[in-house]
Design a binder for this molecule. Structure first.
Ligand SMILES: Nc1ncnc2c1ncn2[C@@H]1O[C@H](COP(=O)(O)OP(=O)(O)OP(=O)(O)O)[C@@H](O)[C@H]1O
Ligand SMILES: [Mg+2]
Length: 408
């Protein structure tokens, strides 16, 4: 054999070996596929593989359709919707978001949050949602329209952050108008009311020798004028507190002393209704940071209610305790109580429980909403507990000085 023949035979042997190896590995691969899919033979494997490819195509098509549908839905929304990637670049922003932030259509996607929003505050909200899971805020857009936009940001359970923007300019404008209207109206009403009140007082003095009927009428005028004045003052107070124009005069406040003083102020009023006011207070508690007059107003409102809604006499208790960085104050009365369904609502403006129950004793329904505003502006909380018919307890909790109270 010459060397060419030897070379030919060697090449043939290598080719044969390679073909056998390929066949064996294919066979193994098919065996593995059969094992994995539970197929009985190679035909079955082929059928299953084809089916898997079809299913994958189907799933891809459905995912694309769902994506289109979601895009369509977000375009229908009047709220702005923005999706940011993990690195805070805009992946998607609907038309409403472009309109609200005054960006040209389609110019936000692909940009960093700062470039897209041109507002570090919105980027800041997105960033803190990325870190903590959620963040909210309200910003006035620096553009021609100057729209007021609320921003709600949530970290997506999949990836990135979702932002929902809502234009609340009109709502805020109406709220401002309402506050201004109440403010002006209360101001205008105060002057004639003061005059009526003074005239009624003078008339009462002049009428000492008049008939009992006339004296009775004059005294009713005095009482009703007093109610009207209180109502107008409360309205004015509430509108100022709500609009944030009231400045808190902050100082260290001793709530035990405040509770004692307030109880003293209302003792006579309570005794006239056969009620006693008892104190359940320690010698001293840590001070809270707050406005003493405003906090005093809260306690007066609560005690006033306690007396007003406890018609049959009994014992009112004002308590103070210190607990884990907070000071808790409560006012417990033996009165008519508050039905469970009304417990949360009595802190709303003008909300009064069934007027028939308290005929002649109800006021404007503003006292508790003023209390809530004052307590919350001090970084505290207030709520009521009651079993209908067996008294109520109003509780407020304020942070101790240095533990996160009102902004100085
Ligand atoms: N201690 C209480 N016991 C029973 N019901 C109460 C008590 N305090 C408040 N309420 C109920 O909650 C309502 C709201 O109280 P709020 O102090 O806001 O208004 P008001 O006392 O009726 O009027 P205002 O305080 O403005 O003079 C009351 O009308 C009453 O129905
Ligand atoms: Mg009241």
């Amino acid at each position: 054999m010459d060397s060419v023949e030897i070379l030919f035979i060697v090449a043939l042997a290598v080719l044969l070996g390679w073909s056998v190896a390929v066949a064996i590995s294919r066979g193994r691969a098919i065996d593995r596929l059969r094992d994995a899919t539970g197929a009985s033979d190679a035909d079955d494997v082929e059928r299953m593989v084809r089916k898997a490819i079809e299913d994958a195509d189907d799933a891809r098509w459905h995912a694309e359709q769902t994506g289109h549908d979601t895009d369509y839905l977000t375009e229908l929304l009047t709220a702005g919707v923005v999706r940011l990637k993990d690195d805070l670049t805009v992946e998607f922003a609907n038309s409403a978001a472009h309109v609200m932030l005054e960006r040209k259509p389609g110019t936000m996607a692909g940009r960093s949050a700062l470039e897209a929003f041109i507002d570090a505050r919105i980027e800041g909200i997105a960033r803190s949602a990325m870190e903590s899971g959620s963040a909210n805020g309200e910003v006035t857009v620096r553009s021609q329209s100057g729209a007021t936009v609320t921003v709600r940001a949530r970290r997506s359970p999949v990836a990135g952050v979702w932002l929902v923007l809502e234009d609340v300019s009109e709502l805020r404008r109406l709220q401002r108008m309402r506050a201004e209207f109440i403010d002006n109206l209360s101001h205008e009403l105060r002057t004639p009311l003061t005059t009526i009140s003074l005239l009624a007082e003078t008339a009462a003095r002049d009428a000492e020798s008049a008939s009992p009927r006339l004296r009775d009428r004059i005294s009713k005028i005095e009482i009703e004028t007093g109610h009207l004045t209180q109502m107008v003052n409360e309205l004015l107070d509430l509108s100022r507190i709500e609009s944030g124009t009231v400045q808190l005069m902050l100082d260290d406040v001793d709530l035990v002393r405040l509770a004692r003083n307030t109880a003293e102020r209302l003792r006579l009023f309570a005794e006239r209704q056969g009620l006693t006011i008892d104190l359940d207070v320690p010698d001293r508690v840590s001070p809270v940071r707050g406005d003493e007059d405003r906090l005093g107003q809260v306690l007066v409102n609560l005690l006033h209610n306690a007396v007003k809604f406890s018609p049959d006499g009994g014992r009112i208790v004002v308590g103070v305790r210190e607990d884990q960085g907070e000071v808790r104050v409560w006012v417990r009365d033996p009165g008519i109580g508050v039905p469970y369904a009304d417990l949360a609502r009595i802190f709303e403006r003008f909300y009064k429980v069934d007027r028939a129950r308290v005929r002649g004793r109800g006021g404007t329904g503003l006292g508790l909403s003023i209390c809530r505003h004052v307590v919350e502006s001090h970084g505290g909380r207030i709520w009521a507990e009651s079993e209908d018919g067996s008294g109520s307890t109003f509780i407020l909790v304020l942070p101790q000085a240095g533990q996160g109270g009102p902004v100085e």
